[in-house]
Design a protein around this ligand. Structure first.
Ligand SMILES: [Fe+2]
Length: 235
C-alpha cells in the first residue's frame, strides 16, 4: 500500500519553497529528503542542567548594559507544550530580536536606523517544571528587507527551542497582535492561513506589570495538528 506523503502544510507548517519569500527559491531542497535514522546520539543530550552548560538564564534583555534601552518595555510569558498539551520542562529557549528602531547588532544589518548602546537583543530562558518561561525585553521595531520593493518585516522576536539533543531544535518567530505588516509579510504568509494566528502573541492584562511593562502570552506547541509553525531556515 502506498501511503500519502507527509506534507508539512497539513499541520500548518510552512513549505521550504515559497516563491514570494525570495530566498527560499535558491535554498529549498531540489531532491527528496533522505531519512537519517535517529540514534541515541541524536535524541539524547547532556544530563547536566542547562544553566551549568550554557551559563545562567538571560531573562531580562533590558538589563544587559549600564542604561536602559529605548522602547516599549514588554514581558513575554507562556509555556512549551507537547501535542497533548503536557508541559515540556528543561527546554532552552534562545531569543534574538532587533531593537525598538528595527536594527540588529549584526555586520550585515546596516540600514538607516540607530543602534541602541543599551540593547544587544539576545537572551536565553529555560522552561520550568510546568513548561513555563518568561522574559522581559522591549518591543522590536519593523525593519526593511530586500525581498521586494518596499518590503518591511513586522515586529517579531526570533525563538529557538532546544530540547535534550540538537535534532530537537525548532525555530519560530513571535509576532504581535496589532501589526498591519503581518498580512503583507512573505515569511509570515509562507505559513498556511489557518495556522498563522499560532505565531501571534496575545496581549494579556494579567501579565502586564502596572507602571512598568505590557504583557503578552505565547505558548509554543511542539507538534501535532495545533503545532506552532516552525522554520528550518532563518529569514
Ligand atoms: Fe528578524
Amino acid at each position: 500500500m502506498k501511503l500519502n506523503p507527509y506534507r508539512p502544510e497539513d499541520d500548518g507548517q510552512p513549505p521550504s519553497l515559497f516563491p514570494p519569500y525570495a530566498s527560499t527559491v535558491a535554498r529549498s531542497p531540489r531532491h527528496a529528503p533522505i531519512r537519517i535514522p535517529q540514534t541515541l546520539t541524536e535524541i539524547t543530550g547532556p544530563a547536566a542542567p542547562w544553566s551549568r552548560l550554557m551559563g545562567p538564564a538571560i531573562a531580562d534583555l533590558t538589563r544587559q548594559h549600564a542604561g536602559e534601552p529605548i522602547g516599549q518595555r514588554i514581558v513575554i510569558a507562556g509555556r512549551v507544550l507537547d501535542e497533548d498539551r503536557r508541559p515540556v520542562p528543561d527546554t532552552v529557549m534562545e531569543i534574538w530580536q532587533c531593537n525598538a528602531a528595527g536594527r540588529y547588532i549584526h555586520v550585515k544589518d546596516q540600514w538607516d536606523a540607530p543602534i541602541d548602546p543599551n540593547f544587544t537583543g539576545a537572551g536565553r530562558v529555560i522552561t520550568d517544571a510546568e513548561g513555563a518561561y518568561r522574559f522581559t525585553t522591549v518591543r522590536p521595531g519593523a525593519y526593511p528587507w530586500g525581498n521586494h520593493k518596499n518590503a518591511w518585516r513586522p515586529s517579531h522576536i526570533h525563538l529557538s527551542l532546544l530540547g535534550p539533543g540538537f535534532a530537537t531544535r525548532l525555530v519560530t518567530q513571535l509576532y504581535f497582535p496589532d501589526d498591519p505588516l503581518i498580512e503583507i509579510d512573505a515569511i509570515a504568509n509562507a505559513v498556511p492561513p489557518a495556522a498563522r494566528a499560532r505565531m501571534v502573541a496575545r496581549f494579556d492584562i494579567a501579565t502586564t506589570q502596572a507602571n512598568f511593562a505590557l504583557g503578552y502570552l505565547f505558548d509554543v506547541i511542539l507538534r501535532g495538528r495545533q503545532a506552532t509553525p516552525f522554520e528550518d531556515h532563518h529569514g
